[in-house]
Design a protein around this ligand. Sequence first.
Ligand SMILES: Cc1cc2nc3c(=O)[nH]c(=O)nc-3n(C[C@H](O)[C@H](O)[C@H](O)COP(=O)(O)OP(=O)(O)OC[C@H]3O[C@@H](n4cnc5c(N)ncnc54)[C@H](O)[C@@H]3O)c2cc1C
Length: 484
Amino acid sequence: MAKIVILGAGIAGHVAAAHLRRKLPKEHEVLVVSPNSNYQWIPSNIWVGIGRMKSEQILFPLPPLYKKKGIGYKQAKVTTFHPEGDAETPKPFVKVEYVTGDLKGQTEKVTYDYLINATGPKLAFDMTEGLNPGTNKAYSVCTYTHAEHAWQALNTLIQEMKQGKKSKILIGTGHAKSTCQGAAFEYILNVEKELRRHGVRDRAEITWIANEHQLGDFGMDGMLMSYGNNIMKSSEMVEMVFEDRGIKWIIGAGVNKIEDGVAHYETLDGEFHTETYDFAMLIPAFSGHGFKAYDKDNKDITDKLFRGFMIVDADYTPKPYEEWSVQDWPETYQNPTYKNIFAPGIAFAPPHAISRPRTSKNGTPISPAPPRTGMPSGITAKLVADNIIDMIKGKKDLHHKGSMGNMGAACIASAGYGMTQGSGVSITTFPIVPDYHKYPDTQGRKLGKTFGSIGLAGHWLKLALHYAFIYKAKMKPFWWLIPE
Ligand SMILES: Cc1cc2nc3c(=O)[nH]c(=O)nc-3n(C[C@H](O)[C@H](O)[C@H](O)COP(=O)(O)OP(=O)(O)OC[C@H]3O[C@@H](n4cnc5c(N)ncnc54)[C@H](O)[C@@H]3O)c2cc1C
C-alpha cells in the first residue's frame, strides 16, 4: 500500500488527485493538503473582476467531493519538508500547519511514500513597495476574493463616471519580473468593453503597462503566428487590438513603487516616470513560497529541493540567452535527489526565462518571467500521476514525459462578455518554449498550430472551457474524457 500526499488543490494538485484516485486501487491512500477548502477555476476570475460572474460560479467546496471520492483532505499548509524523515519519524514527511477550526495553528507530521508539490506560486505583492490588493487604489484578479474587490472598486468608479467624472485606468504588470501578462491583457479588454456597455468609455483613459519590451511578448518571447491567410507577429496583433479600442500602452516598464493612485516605474532606457490612476489592476511578481527542507539529522538541505520554486529534472546550468534550448526544460518534474518528490504546474523551478532577459540602462532587470498556464499545469500533473502509478507497480523508468518545448498552450482572452456581444482574442502557441532548431524560419514555433483569431467564437470557446473544466473538476460522470 502506498500513500501519496499532494500539496495544493489548484489546477495541478486537483488534477493529480483526481487521476490518482481514479486509477489506483482503494488500498492506496491519496491525501490532499491545501489551505483553501474551495477549488477555484482561476481563468474565470477575469469575469468576476468585471462583475459578470459571481465567485460562487467559479468555485466549489472540495471536502464533500473528496469524501465522496475517497480522497483524504487536510485544510492545512505545508511549512517544512523532511524527505529523509528525522530521528523520531524515520519515514519521509512534510510538516503541515492547520489553518482553521479547533486545530488552527497546530502542526502535524504527514508521512508519505510519494509527494506531489503543487503549491503554485506565492503572489509576491511584497516585492513591490505599496502594492497590496485593495490599497492605494490598486487591485488584483489573481484570486476570487481579489477579483471581487477589484469589481467593487471598478463599479464605484463606473458610477462616478456616470455622474461625469473623468478617470484613468491602469492595467498590467506590477513588478519588473512579473509574469501572467495574458491575464492582465484579458482583463484590460474586458474592462474596456464593460465601460462601453455602461456608456462611460469616453470618460476613461485606459493604459496598459508591462515589463514586456514589445507588446504581445507574453513572457514567451513573442511569436510569429498565422492570422487568417496572413502571417503576423503577436506584437502587431496586440497593437491592432489596442489601437482599435483606444488603449494606450507603456512597455519595457518595471513598476517599483505604488502610492495612492500613483505608479512609479523605470523603463528599459533607464528613465524613471510616474503614471497616475483612479483604478489599477497590477499582476504581482510570482515567487516560490520560501519553504525550508531538512535531512534526517535536521541539517538544512533547502538547496537540494528549492531554488525559489522546486528543483526538478531541468538543466539549471547558467547560460546566455543564445544558448538556451528546449532541452533545458523538464520532462518528468521529478526532484533529482529525492525521486519520490514531484512538482507539476507552477511549483517547479524553470531553468530560465523564455523571453530574452533585458536590463535597464541602470542595470535593473526588466523582462517577464516564464508563464506556466493552466493547460501545461494540468498536463504535467497528469503525467506525474501516471509516473507515480507506474512506480507503485514497480516500473523503474518514467515513461510519461512532457516538456513545455513540445507542448502547446491556448490563451483565449475573452474580450467582453455575452453570448452575442462577447468577443475573444485567441492566441494558440506551439510549442510554448520556442524550438529554434525544429522551426528555424518561424521564430521557433510551428505556423498553423501557432495562430491568432479575433471574434465571438473565442468568447464562446472560453465560456465552454469554463463549464467543461468545472464539470471535470467536480469529477462528474466521464470527467476524464475531457482533456487537460
Ligand atoms: C487571473 C488569471 C487568469 C488566468 N487565465 C488563464 C487562462 O485563461 N488560461 C490558462 O491556461 N491559464 C490561465 N491562468 C493561469 C492558471 O491559473 C495557472 O496556470 C494555474 O492556476 C496554475 O496551477 P497550479 O496548480 O500550479 O497553481 P495554483 O492554481 O496557484 O494552485 C496552488 C495551490 O496550492 C495551494 N497552496 C498554496 N500554498 C500552500 C501551502 N503552503 N501548502 C499547501 N498548499 C498550498 C493553494 O491554495 C492552491 O490550492 C490565469 C491566471 C490568473 C491569475
